[in-house]
Design a protein around this ligand. Structure first.
Ligand code: AMP
Ligand code: GLY
Length: 423
């Protein structure tokens, strides 16, 4: 069958690579894709937000399944548009995607279904938010309710800092309309984990656990990014904890979404804080995580296209997936300056040498082709991912590959996976 994959990040390169191994696949189109996805299919010059253009392309090219990678087109109803055109689409409907696109909606779903999460308040007025924050003499977390590319969350140790951030979001429109509503919540302490599951409206299949590294700096310092590296599995997620996360978080969320009239299909990603009191939900995402997908899919042995079709057709209960027992580590190489300003167009060298290493995949994210060279074209440039017999071995291989690659201003954290190794 012909498949259209929408997106152009590292996540989409990993998905394209995995789909290209499916016996069921005829043609794979990626819109708009990147130089990495072009190795596994045909890149099509249509932006992720041009939903009409994507649907028209699918109709003209006998596409039977569209897979929507990023959150923005999901929230804008891309899946609904493909389905109206009679084309299967992998991902939640626009209303169901509000679980990620509107953190206030997500909090309401959690509250209504007794899903463990941080205590929070929702504000649409800066003055009200300010009075509330000033009344708390402890650390709070301020979140723009809308989509902000993973940068809309601020963990503030002082109320004064939280008030300044809230003012920037609500009054100075730091994230535009995405900051019209703000969630203020208690700061949770613990270790984080990402739990991703396939959901077909009724059944849930939980993938192997993973852990992201959100802050830019080593030792989890500095501002949050889209994610600077990830590993799978996350040893913090024991079997017992995973059972608890499924029973207390994933099942009630899927049930609650059904009761809400927004049945959930696609990937349900729960960002979890493992606190002393048990797992708490930090956020929901309605798509594969980036960079968690890179190590997770390196470990998936089964056919990804099969399970995606099972999700679309409501027969996930018939599916079992096989996983590589070896851990995988992904190190993100970013442009110097990210998550602030950075320059594009730096020539990347060493990609072929890195790709030759065994059990290593160099997933492209912010790259472009220019005059025969691969150049940087985004904040997060590459997701260098390796499998190893142990997590330390996977880490060593990933950094060996990272060290083979260079570009002007390249930056990566050197401590990816240390939390797992030092446990
Ligand atoms: P989110 O996009 O809501 O997952 O937030 C991004 C990151 O901010 C998370 O991965 C955590 O590192 C941090 N964070 C979010 N909410 C909280 C919280 N309530 N307490 C502590 N850290 C948080
Ligand atoms: N890695 C975090 C995210 O995909 O939102």
């Amino acid at each position: 069958m012909n498949v259209l994959l929408v997106g152009n990040g590292g996540r989409e390169h990993a998905i394209a690579w995995k789909l290209s191994q499916s016996k069921k696949l005829d043609k794979l189109f990626i819109a708009p894709g990147n130089p990495g996805t072009a190795l596994h299919g045909k890149n099509i010059d249509i932006g992720v937000d041009d939903i009409k253009g994507l649907v028209d392309f699918a109709k003209d090219n006998d596409v039977e399944l569209a897979i929507i990678g990023p959150e923005d087109p999901l929230a804008a109803g891309a899946v609904d548009s493909f389905e109206i055109a009679g084309i299967k689409a992998f991902g939640p409907s626009g209303p169901a995607a509000q679980l990620e696109a509107d953190k206030a909606f997500a909090k309401e779903i959690m509250r209504a279904n007794s899903i463990p999460t941080a205590e929070s308040r929702i504000f649409t007025s800066f003055e009200d938010a300010k009075v509330y924050i000033a009344s708390r003499d402890e650390a709070v977390v301020v979140k723009a309710a809308g989509l902000a590319k993973g940068k809309g969350v601020f963990v503030c140790d002082e109320p004064s800092e939280a008030i300044l951030v809230t003012e920037k979001i609500m009054c100075d429109n730091l994230f535009g309309d995405a900051g019209a509503t703000v969630v203020v919540e208690e700061k949770l302490l613990g270790e984080e984990a990402s739990i991703l599951a396939f959901v077909d409206g009724k059944s849930i299949y939980v993938m192997e656990s993973s852990q992201d590294h959100k802050p830019i700096g080593e030792g989890d310092t500095g501002p949050n990014t889209g994610g600077m590296g990830a590993y799978s599995p996350a040893p913090v997620v024991t079997d017992a904890l995973m059972d608890q996360i499924v029973a207390d978080i994933l099942v009630p969320t899927v049930d609650g979404m059904n009761r809400n009239g927004t049945a959930y299909r696609g990937i349900l990603y729960a960002g979890i804080m493992v606190t002393k009191g048990g797992p708490r939900t930090l956020e929901f995402n309605v798509r594969f995580g980036d960079p968690e997908t890179q190590p997770i899919l390196m470990r998936l042995k089964s056919d990804l296209l099969d399970v995606m079709l099972a999700v679309c057709e409501g027969r996930l209960d018939k599916i079992t997936l096989e996983w590589d027992s070896r851990p995988a580590v992904c190190v993100v190489v970013a442009s110097g300056g990210y998550p602030g300003d950075y320059e594009n167009g730096k020539i990347i060298t060493g990609l072929d040498d890195a790709a030759k290493l065994k059990d290593v995949m160099v997933f492209h994210a912010g790259t472009a082709e220019k005059d025969g060279d691969i150049v940087t074209a985004g904040g997060r440039v590459l997701g260098v991912t390796a499998l190893g017999d142990t997590i330390a071995d996977a880490k060593a291989k990933a950094y060996q590959a990272v060290d083979a690659i260079s570009f002007d201003g390249a930056y990566c954290r050197r401590d990816i996976a240390d939390k797992a190794i030092n446990r």
